[in-house]
Design a protein around this ligand. Structure first.
Ligand SMILES: [Zn+2]
Length: 75
């Protein structure tokens, strides 16, 4: 019984994605897109994407919409 649980755990661990560079706690990639038609050139972790989205907004006079940050499924 215990052996079965250990085997299941070992299998779950080995099933972790190969792209471990971002860490298992943050497996998602994020992108941003803006109402003006602009969008991110590449995906990033959430904090990086939010920063890039804000940088896009700052390039324009006040009143420019804040880009939408959304998760993507790519590795
Ligand atoms: Zn924009």
């Amino acid at each position: 019984m215990i052996k079965k649980i250990l085997l299941a755990l070992a299998r779950a661990v080995s099933r972790e994605p190969d792209t471990a560079s971002t860490g298992p706690s943050n497996p998602m990639s994020y992108r941003w897109r803006c109402e003006c038609g602009a969008k991110s050139r590449y995906s990033d972790i959430k904090a990086g994407t939010e920063y890039n989205a804000r940088r896009h907004q700052w390039r324009f006079p006040a009143g420019h919409p804040k880009p939408e940050v959304y998760a993507v499924d790519e590795a």
